[in-house]
Design a protein around this ligand. Structure first.
Ligand code: BJW
Length: 234
């Protein structure tokens, strides 16, 4: 293969065919709430119960979905590529891991983790959170919050992402609308270091013109096809 260091960025579109809603599609509202009403620190301070319910429901949903062909193809690329495949996801689901990806950087956090707001310690969770839940770290009620990155908060792993992008010779963006920064800016960083940039998405994203190659269609079709091409060495 002509590429050594591949960086992949995924968004909600990669999990859409598994049955998880995207954020900005026609089905983008949750119980008539806009995303900004449930995914900001201000929303959590104003109505923690509402915000916890949003994440509890989504955590439950993970039990009824399975990875699709796109997740599986990405895991195959990570296994079979002789160089590095650095996988960054904006998604808080665990479908990449369940498809077999051993390395996944969840830059916007994970549904199955919570954070003690007093100590910053991150712990695994399976059960619902509520304002009455006793924190498993410090024991205070209501101290655990979902370990997700809301608007205005710093995404996770930015230093490692910057290092990976600096070394990339291929950057592939999959199933993301390109609305949310800093992820939407990764394509420009990749281009600055000379990486080839590819968009695999249902439709042209907000920043589609920044990519050198495009394959538009369902992730379950375009991702396996593109991975097969890469592994065949073309
Ligand atoms: C398919 C498909 C199929 C469908 N097959 N494809 C002005 C300029 C620049 C920045 C800002 C600005 N104003 C404010 C900001 C900052 C802000 C921001 O970007 N706001 C924008 C709204 C403008 N960003 C932040 O606040 C971030 N933090 C930050 O910037 O910190 C400072 C900093 C400074 C310097 C360096 C680094 C940091 C934090 C952002 C946190 C985002 N959080 C959320 C919620 C997380 C938890 C949760 O899941 O609930 O993350 S918001 C939401 O959007 C979620 C997603 O990860 C994220 C991206 O969405 P995504 O994945 O792209 O989904 P969609 O629905 O938008 O798109 C899906 C795509 O799939 C579509 O294109 C479909 O067509 C496609 N699709 N089906 C293939 N079958």
């Amino acid at each position: 293969m002509r590429y050594q260091n591949i960086v992949i960025l995924t968004g909600a579109g990669v999990s859409a065919e598994s049955g998880l809603n995207t954020f900005r599609g026609a089905d983008g509202l949750w119980e008539n709430h806009r995303l900004e009403e449930v995914a900001t620190p201000e929303a959590f301070a104003r109505d923690p119960q509402l915000v916890q319910r949003f994440y509890n429901q989504r955590r439950h949903q993970l039990n009824s979905v399975v990875p699709n062909a796109a997740h599986i193809a990405i895991a195959q690329l990570q296994r079979e590529h002789s160089g590095a495949v650095f996988l960054i996801t904006q998604n808080v689901d665990d479908l990449h891991e369940r498809a077999g990806s051993e390395f996944v950087l969840h830059m916007h956090g994970e549904l199955k983790r919570a954070r003690c707001q007093s100590t910053g310690k991150v712990v695994p969770i399976e059960d619902d959170l509520s304002p009455d839940t006793a924190c498993t770290v410090c024991a205070a009620s209501g101290c655990l919050r979902p370990n997700v990155v809301w608007f205005g908060e710093m995404p996770i792993g930015m230093d490692a992402i910057e290092v990976a992008l600096n070394q990339a010779d291929l950057f592939i963006s999959i199933g993301t609308s390109g609305n949310v920064y800093p992820a939407a800016g990764f394509v420009q960083l990749a281009r600055q270091v000379g990486a080839h940039t590819v968009e695999l998405n249902l439709e042209p994203s907000q920043g589609a013109n920044l990519f050198q190659e495009h394959h538009h269609g369902m992730a379950s079709e375009v991702v396996p096809a593109y991975v097969a091409e890469l592994l065949a060495g073309s």
